[in-house]
Design a protein. Structure first.
Length: 300
């Protein structure tokens, strides 16, 4: 019974659908809505009237130079920090006015994978993955262990990894274990901060596939911060470029590659941008059956 209550909490949309009939874009399709967001630290303005919308079941990426306010925006979306003004709605809930109960309920509907994993060194991998279930449900230990094992399998880790400690894992395994923990409560929305940072190209490539599989299998909405141009070209449906406190451009990578804004050009015309586009073009040649869109040849 508790399991049913747990899974229903995330996926029962019927009641919300009743209220959105007649809208052209269903409220239910807008998983995150940010409007006129402003954030400053003292004199330093980080967000200056930023607007952004994330749609259900898309893989959405935030990019921007160092210090452009990506992490701050992520922290504001997951209730770890408050903006100075503007509004953020996540899964239909206004974060500014949400009370403690609403905030607690929301935290169970999203999963977060932090950049450095955030696993507890004193707990085994299995205990780390089961932690959200121990905190938020009254499931029995044996069942929590089973769920943890299934999440580890889902992220591609071997069963025996569950008994290991975080310090025994490679970087790629650590990311997967951290992802398994983010998935423990069957979230509708997943936040990933630099999911491939620090990984070798093979491990990073595995993460690309994993992210896409989670969206395709479960209809998860995925919001990621990343500098990884491979990941952006391979899996992001839409990408928002942050600069000067606002979203300067938004669209697929191919669309962004054709935009003229200086912040966007800087993003594409750097050496890493060109290398990623050239690699993408080679892969598109090799696998024309798996790609629907090719990046344009080297933009000016
Ligand atoms: P990004 O993730 O895009 O690199 P951040 O969101 O981490 O950027 O930071 C944006 C800017 O806000 C940076 O200039 C950073 O120094 C500043 N900043 C972030 N958090 C704080 C804080 N708690 N106090 C003061 N300044 C901060
Ligand atoms: Mg950051």
């Amino acid at each position: 019974m508790q399991i049913a209550a747990h899974t229903d909490a995330g996926h029962n949309k019927a009641s919300r659908e009743d209220t959105v009939l007649g809208n052209t874009l269903h409220d239910d399709d807008r998983v995150i809505e940010i409007s006129r967001l402003s954030t400053r630290f003292g004199e330093h303005v980080v967000h200056a009237g930023l607007d952004l919308e994330v749609r259900r079941a898309e893989i959405f990426a935030l990019v921007g130079g160092s210090g452009s306010g990506k992490s701050t925006l992520l922290r504001e979306m997951i209730l770890l920090q408050r903006p100075d003004s503007g509004s953020i709605r996540v899964l239909g809930v206004d974060l500014q006015t949400a009370g403690d109960d609403a905030a607690l309920a929301l935290r169970q509907r999203w999963g977060v994978m932090f950049q450095h994993g955030g696993l507890f060194g004193a707990l085994t991998v299995s205990e780390n993955v089961g932690l959200p279930l121990r905190e938020h449900t009254e499931l029995e230990d044996a069942l929590i262990d089973d769920i943890a094992a299934s999440k580890l399998a889902l992220t591609g880790l071997a069963p025996e990894v569950g008994a290991q400690y975080p310090s025994e894992l490679s970087g790629g395994m650590m990311k997967r274990a951290s992802l398994a923990r983010a998935l423990a409560l069957d979230p509708e929305l997943l936040f990933l901060d630099e999911p491939t940072a620090g990984l070798d190209p093979d491990s990073a490539g595995g993460v690309d596939e994993l992210v896409r599989r989670l969206r395709d299998l479960f209809g998860l909405t995925i919001v990621m911060i990343t500098h990884d141009l491979d990941l952006l070209w391979q899996v992001a449906d839409r990408v928002a470029v942050l600069a000067e406190g606002k979203v300067q451009g938004i669209g697929s990578m191919s669309e962004l590659a054709r935009m003229d804004h200086p912040a966007i050009r800087q993003f594409f015309d750097g050496p890493r941008g060109r290398a990623a586009q050239e690699q993408e073009a080679r892969q598109a040649d090799a696998h024309t059956d798996t790609k629907t869109e090719r990046p344009p040849s080297k933009p000016k």
